[in-house]
Design a protein around this ligand. Structure first.
Ligand code: AHM
Ligand code: MG
Length: 335
């Protein structure tokens, strides 16, 4: 271990002195880190406790919930409720907004989360993750109206994710770059192992579920065709493809070695606008990716500029290395 591998708390305290991080935000981020530690522990013991399977329930998206989806949601709700500045919790797994304050004031926080993303990977022992974002209210809001939580991603003051892979990592931005921490067995601490994560501007690696090729719009088919045409194609370079079916793992790879990730609108999800959710997946990952020097777009709009219309809204997502996102934006404009 090197001297730079400071704990998550030491990191947050240093951010407080350098960037005036609010002390309540520090408490909240520590509670989120605790949630991720507990969820990681539950996942690793899931097979012993018989918790890897599905429940009888479906969530608001009509998807069958895994037992660990439900457990992870409860863990996030319990720990994020500790901070007395949190006005509401908005979870991918729950239909309604969970209001903690009757009269939310300017300065209070809204916490959005997908407690267990990619949970179809649980049964096959592949990486899953948790995603979160925090917005700070610029004004008082009405807690009797769930539409009060519909703020654009540009209002986020912090976002992050934890990936439960061969090790458990926590990646966080508070608006001044992106830093990655690894959970250390034994001490139980998250330690700063990947400071100042930066996405390379160029890449030759892309990630998409290519089984949906016939459902995509023309600009995405054009992009894919050109990637697999390799050196002989119009891009004149050989591309590598990856697909883990776990957005957290894809974003973590892109933050580590570059790449572009696409879950575009297709005719299978055209009415919904895409598969991934704006508030729990697209917005937090867009903030992280932009803070690391990358870009995040729907193909026609910057994700962080989208004005949400409902808290379970879905959108097309294209994010990662700037150059590839720009190519995809251009193909959408030209179509
Ligand atoms: P989930 O929130 O229900 O787990 O769905 C989101 C996941 C993403 O992590 C991943 O990128 C995508 O769904 C995979 O979809 P597909 O099964 O179509 O490959
Ligand atoms: Mg999800």
């Amino acid at each position: 271990m090197t001297a730079q591998q400071i704990t998550f708390r030491e990191f947050l305290l240093s951010e407080r002195s350098q960037h005036q991080l609010d002390k309540d935000l520090i408490f909240l981020l520590e509670d989120i880190a605790t949630s991720c530690r507990i969820i990681s522990h539950q996942i690793r013991g899931g097979a012993f406790a018989g918790r890897l399977g599905a429940t009888d329930a479906t969530n608001v998206q009509g998807e069958t919930q895994k037992q660990l989806d439900v457990i992870a949601n409860e863990v996030f709700v319990r720990h994020c409720s500790n901070c007395n500045r949190v006005a509401a919790l908005v979870s991918e797994e729950v239909d309604e907004v969970y209001w903690l304050k009757d009269e939310p004031q300017a300065g209070d926080y809204l916490v959005y989360f997908d407690p267990l993303d990619g949970s179809s990977n649980l049964d096959v022992n592949l990486s899953v993750g948790s995603i979160f974002s925090i917005s700070q209210l610029p004004t008082a809001i009405d807690a009797t109206d769930d539409r009060s939580v519909l703020w654009a991603g540009s209002e986020q003051i912090s976002a992050g994710y934890s990936v439960y892979g061969p090790s458990t990592a926590l990646v966080v931005t508070t608006g001044t770059g992106v830093n990655g921490f690894t959970h250390q067995q034994g001490t139980g601490e998250f330690r700063l192992t990947f400071p100042d994560m930066v996405i390379p501007e160029t890449t030759s690696e892309f990630a998409i579920n290519a089984s949906r090729y016939t459902l995509w719009d023309a600009p995405v088919r054009r992009y894919y065709d050109e990637c697999i045409a390799g050196n002989a194609g119009p891009r004149g370079k050989a591309f590598n493809m990856r697909w883990t079916a776990s957005m957290v793992a894809e974003v973590h790879r892109i933050l580590t070695r570059g790449g572009v990730f696409l879950y575009p609108k297709d005719t299978g999800n055209a009415e919904a606008g895409g598969k991934l959710r704006l508030m729990y997946e697209a917005n937090p990952m867009a903030l992280i990716v932009e803070q690391a020097g990358g870009a995040a777009s729907t193909g026609s709009d910057r994700i962080l500029d989208l004005q949400p219309t409902s808290h379970h809204q879905r959108v097309p997502v294209i994010l990662g290395s700037r150059e590839e996102v720009a190519v995809l934006d251009r193909y959408h404009r030209d179509a």
